[in-house]
Design a protein around this ligand. Structure first.
Ligand SMILES: *Cc1c(COP(=O)(O)O)cnc(C)c1O
Length: 387
């Protein structure tokens, strides 16, 4: 049955892709050395600056989010540099792995999965163990559903005179993020998250101070050399052949985002997140994240229930794809995404009804419709906010 059912993704990347984006991608391919392409890039960069809330240029890279993470590490740092990586889940750990791969002298500030970092504890840690040349953080930790206080961390990084690098891959668009105002030196995201474009692109914003450091840094890089990317972008070009059709799709996505406005987009995410949380809580389930992000709702499965089996049933019988927990939380936590500016509250009712179905099939005791009903109530309460 599984292969023939239409599947709707409630996964925190890839998100569903809006029709306008699909249509833009179906247009004839532009040569990446044409003036039409330069114009496309100029429009894209303008839109990305808005999304990142930065005056600096934003560089598109043909690579998934992790490629931009690697670019951040190799362009700004060299082997032996002392850095601090905040790790509160799988993606925070990616910073640690990247820094270690390139020989950075890496201190790890560990936070329990599901918790958000306490910025004051980071400050104390830096006072005691610093100085560091850079601090790495995660805006929305997609493995746990937790949101982190990037603004406060940015103030601490500034006071401590270290470069502040933030993985905003899933959090951008869904939660507030201000690259310039929050003193973020290097912010990055990927196409398949809040932008609702298929996977394959990532984007990186660099502060003026970080550009100066990158110019002085002598760590080798080739494909991910940001100085080459910046130079090409001055002419509206990329150093190598980019994923042109994805960039075309992105221009459609940015058009929608600019028309809707970031504040309205955040409200949509907030309402969808609240709706989902109300639904799962009414089913007697606990949220995994203490301070949940608007990107996704991570839900703890009751001890007796295997989350992996529940998700398989939901996918096969309902055509709904919900993400599993990551690493040691596989089967113990499930992650329902509400990431995307064209996700509507009734989409979340669909996901919740599928969740009820899966839970009922696997022996969770609740009265049918409780989750959907609580969510529906919240949707009605929020109706006036709805733009
Ligand atoms: C998706 C994601 C990434 C990047 O993953 P890719 O698979 O390389 O796109 C990085 N960080 C976070 C928080 C993410 O959600």
């Amino acid at each position: 049955m599984g292969d023939t059912v239409k599947v709707t993704n409630f996964t925190p990347g890839p998100t569903p892709v809006p029709d306008l984006v699909l249509q833009t991608m179906a247009e004839p391919i532009l040569s990446h050395r044409s003036s039409d392409f330069s114009q496309l890039m100029t429009r894209i960069v303008k839109g990305l600056k808005y999304v990142f809330q930065t005056k600096q240029t934003v560089l598109p890279l043909t690579a998934s989010g992790s490629g931009a993470m690697e670019a951040a590490v190799v362009n700004l740092f060299s082997a032996g540099d002392r850095v601090l990586a905040i790790r509160s889940g799988k993606f925070g750990n990616r910073w640690v792995e990247l820094c270690q791969t390139f020989g950075l002298n890496t201190e790890v500030f560990d936070v329990e999965w599901g918790q958000s970092v306490d910025p004051q504890e980071v400050r104390t840690f830096i006072d005691k163990h610093g100085p560091f040349k850079g601090m790495f953080a995660t805006h929305s930790e997609t493995s746990t559903g937790a949101l982190h206080d990037v603004k406060s961390l940015g103030e601490i990084a500034r006071e401590s005179e270290c470069y502040f690098i933030v993985d905003a891959v899933s959090g951008l668009c869904a939660n507030k993020f201000q690259t310039d105002d929050w003193f973020v030196d290097l912010a990055l995201t990927g196409s398949q998250k809040g932008l609702m474009v298929p996977p394959g692109l990532s984007f990186i914003a660099v502060s003026e101070a970080a550009w100066q450091a990158i110019e002085k840094n002598n760590h080798p890089s080739y494909y991910f050399n940001l100085l080459k990317a910046r130079k090409a972008l001055e002419k509206g070009l990329t150093p190598y052949t980019p994923a042109v059709s994805l960039l075309m799709g992105l221009s459609g996505a940015l058009q929608i985002i600019e028309e809707m406005g970031l504040s309205k987009i955040r409200t949509i995410h907030e309402i969808n997140a609240q709706t989902t949380r109300a639904g799962v809580s009414a089913l007697g389930l606990k949220l995994f994240a203490h301070t949940p992000s608007n990107v996704l709702t991570a839900v703890i499965m009751p001890d007796a229930i295997d989350g992996t089996a529940v998700l398989k049933t939901i996918k096969n019988d309902c055509g709904v794809m919900i993400a599993n927990g990551m690493d040691h939380y596989k089967g113990k936590v499930i992650r329902i995404s509400h990431l995307g500016y064209d996700i509507v509250p009734s989409d979340m009712l669909f996901a919740l009804s599928a969740l009820e179905y899966g839970l009922a099939q696997h022996g969770h005791k609740f009265s049918t419709g409780t989750g959907v009903s609580a969510a529906q109530k919240l949707i009605l309460e929020n109706a006036k906010r709805r733009i």
